[in-house]
Design a protein around this ligand. Structure first.
Ligand SMILES: [Mg+2]
Length: 239
């Protein structure tokens, strides 16, 4: 009998319909944000640099930023049903985010989802004693500078524990973690990257689509993966 899979789920644009980090940056950063965003979209900037640069555009007021996040957030349809489905089949749900991160638990709590999430890997956003907003990345790779949160490392750790991983995401940067998973559920930019790198994937629109996916067997992805979290990080062709 197949072992129940674990789900590794991106947050912004996946669990939520919009991207709260981008929405906050756009609201407070205006045109400067657009310049940074365009550089990132042209892949001239890493997600970690994007995170640190747009972090400078936000006011150093976490109460205000959280208030806006909770006001704007929209949950993608079917997420509660997906959590119930995962719980019923004993499949852990792990959230992995490379955004500002501070709003994740409050959003999940607001909608009553938090108790059904097994683990959250995210960046930290704090205000320093000198009053500056600071973004730190406790899950970054030791030498690779591309991602803030090394999602591929989380996928590998779960697989080492014997569970296949179903990766659910929407963003270009999800390609690294997804490339190590046993089954990719991709939409938007992640779907584009899957086609670019010839990865099989299940297209999805909402979480009702995810529930229908069959559980995968464990798969060795070391050849086709886009990075080496246990080595030097990103492979040059993956940029
Ligand atoms: Mg995303």
């Amino acid at each position: 009998m197949a072992v129940n899979a674990a789900y590794v789920v991106d947050f912004d644009g996946t669990i939520t319909s919009g991207d709260l980090s981008s929405e906050l940056a756009s609201y407070f950063g205006g045109n400067i944000y657009l310049e940074i965003e365009n550089k990132y979209r042209r892949r001239e900037m890493s997600i970690r640099d994007w995170l640190h640069q747009i972090g400078q555009l936000l006011p150093p007021d976490l109460n205000l930023l959280l208030e806006k996040s909770l006001e704007w957030v929209v949950i993608r349809p079917g997420f509660q049903s997906f959590l119930d489905h995962a719980q019923n089949q004993n499949s852990p749900v792990i959230v992995a985010s490379d955004g500002f991160g501070f709003y994740i638990e409050p959003v999940l709590k607001k909608y009553g989802f938090l108790d059904q999430i097994n683990c959250i890997y995210r960046n930290e956003t704090t205000v320093s004693k000198s009053g500056k907003l600071e973004v730190t990345c406790p899950h970054k790779h030791r030498v690779c500078t591309v991602c803030g949160n090394c999602k591929a490392a989380h996928v590998i750790e779960i697989k080492k524990g014997g569970k296949p991983v179903i990766y659910i995401g929407d963003g270009s940067n999800d390609r690294f973690g997804a490339s190590w998973s046993d089954h990719i559920c991709a939409r938007d930019k992640l779907a584009e990257r899957c086609r670019e790198f010839n990865f099989d994937y299940s297209p999805w629109y909402d979480f009702y689509d995810i529930i229908k996916i069959e559980k995968p067997e464990l798969k060795d992805c070391s050849e086709s993966s886009l990075c080496c979290p246990q080595g030097s990080g990103i492979k040059s062709l993956a940029l």
